[in-house]
Design a protein around this ligand. Structure first.
Ligand code: CAO
Length: 457
């Protein structure tokens, strides 16, 4: 028997919330097989087992906060005796409280009865019978609440999550899909009905007594001006809040703006983009900017440095790892291109594409989020001109890229239409002087306008 404990996740991450348990008791698992999905302060990650074996016991469940070093699973050589297996030893039952018996509900369901949303675990119990992936094939929900059997519900985990967040009881929702499957739209429609039906001042009380829910954040609250909604923060949001606050409070920021004439570069991008596509990637503005920045950082090491306030030292990094801000539906994530200075444009395109996709699928590895020395954030796909990006502490600078726009530019005695790319460089004024920042920015602009500039000195 061996215990698998939550490993070090790095960079100040000490805990996470279990969003999904990916194995069942009795499963034979391989080394490196993901066993739980965990939402940390930085991202949702799959945690792989450090050993192969048979799952004897699962010590965590969805919604649990798990600390580094805490036991997640117990692994053994053999499958546990006497199927069906138990996921967790039932705690001693209080004398008066009537717990569901194994005939009424499987052990893991009984375990979940104590959790806020009894239906979730019943879903997993259904999964044991049919091994298909949960997102692909939603399983019925069945649970008992207060002795009253609940209806069988069909809904994907993402829909259940939405229902939880909106304070909607799936039991009250009429599914519009095949076989009564509940969609996200059905949940939203039900949330709308609930809000209409309830006088604001009564909302919290009604929710507290809603069947099948022992604990919920009221979806609507009110103050003297009207109603408002309380929304719990996700782990990614909490992390963003914490890191941005720290950076804002500790780093004296200055933002230097400029723009680069990328008319020629755009022609290059269109021409050679096809070759990069052959490698399965896209030669984007972001990729080109990462390449140019990687070169610039070798020439301007102060922009690739950390401040060690305690020792009053500047740590000049001899490696170039560029973080790329990615807008995902669960919040901002910044995967890191390691060794960006040693990569060709095509390699960078492949890597940026891979990282952005993994981040959006919530499948990014922790190591892909660590080790950055400088960050690029491109809002050009959305629009807008300059902005003031916040440095990712402990880095020293961040480059914001906005949408390239056609502008009349005075050239050779006349105005010519040129594609201009707005750039915003925020830097740590404790270690970078304004003149240095202006020089760094001019170098970037010249390199974007005349790529041979990169090889000049
Ligand atoms: N100027 C003009 N057009 C731009 C552009 C720019 N700076 N940046 C992107 N575009 C275009 C792209 O060419 C693409 O057009 P086509 O579809 O015609 O090719 C379209 O806009 C969409 O681009 P994209 O967003 O996919 O661009 P990308 O691959 O270069 O960017 C990524 C990848 C991950 C940086 C981007 O998707 C993203 O998430 N950006 C948001 C980053 C963010 O949230 N920053 C804020 C951090 S602080 O809160």
């Amino acid at each position: 028997m061996a215990e698998f404990k939550l490993p070090e996740l790095g960079e100040n991450i000490t805990s996470g919330t279990v969003t999904k348990v990916l194995v069942k008791v009795g499963d034979k698992i391989e080394k490196e097989q993901p066993v739980v999905e965990l939402e940390t302060e930085k991202a949702v990650v799959e945690v792989p087992s450090d050993a192969a074996g048979t799952v004897q016991e699962i010590r965590v469940k969805e919604g649990d906060t798990v600390n580094v070093g805490q036991v997640i699973l117990v692994l053994g050589e053999e499958a546990p005796e006497n199927e069906p297996p138990k996921e967790k030893k039932a705690p001693p039952k209080p004398e008066k409280k009537e717990e569901p018996t194994p005939e009424k509900a499987p052990p893991e369901q009984a375990e979940e009865e104590a959790a806020p949303y009894a239906g979730e675990k019943a879903f997993e119990a259904g999964e044991k019978k049919k091994p298909a992936g949960p997102e692909a094939a939603p399983k019925p929900e069945r649970a008992e609440t207060g002795g009253k059997e609940r209806r069988l519900m069909l809904a994907a985990p993402s829909v259940r999550r939405l229902a939880r967040e909106m304070g909607v009881d799936l039991q009250q929702v009429k599914g519009s899909g095949p076989g009564g499957r509940i969609s996200a739209a059905d949940v939203k429609a039900q949330a709308g009905k609930k809000e209409e039906a309830k006088p604001a001042e009564k909302a919290p009380k009604e929710l507290a007594t809603e069947p099948g829910r022992e604990k919920a954040s009221p979806p609507l609250d009110s103050d003297k001006y009207g109603r408002f909604e309380r929304q719990p923060m996700s782990g990614v949001r909490k992390s963003t809040m914490q890191h941005i606050t720290t950076a804002w409070e500790t780093i004296p920021h200055v933002t230097q703006t400029d723009w680069a004439d990328v008319t020629e570069l755009e022609k290059f991008r269109k021409t050679y983009g096809k070759r990069v596509e052959a490698a399965g990637a896209k030669l984007t503005v972001t990729v080109i900017v990462v390449k140019v920045v990687a070169e610039a950082l070798k020439k301007f090491p102060r922009f690739n440095a950390f401040v060690d306030v305690e020792n009053e030292e500047i740590l000049l990094k001899h490696y170039v790892n560029i973080g790329v801000a990615v807008d995902t539906e669960h919040g901002l994530m910044v995967p890191v291109v390691h060794g960006a200075d040693g990569k060709s444009l095509t390699e960078l395109a492949v890597e940026v594409g891979r990282l952005a996709q993994r981040a959006r699928e919530r499948k990014i590895a922790i190591e892909d989020l660590q080790g950055g020395t400088f960050t690029v954030t491109n809002l050009g796909g959305i629009g807008g001109l300059w902005f003031s990006p916040i440095i990712r502490e402990p880095e020293a600078a961040i480059l914001g890229v906005s949408r390239a726009v056609m502008e009349p530019v005075w050239m050779d005695g006349e105005f010519k239409p040129r594609l201009m790319l707005p750039l915003s460089l925020s830097y740590d004024h404790r270690i970078i002087d304004g003149a240095d920042a202006a020089r760094f920015m001019r170098w970037l602009v010249e390199a974007l306008e005349q790529p041979m500039r990169m090889a000049l000195d």
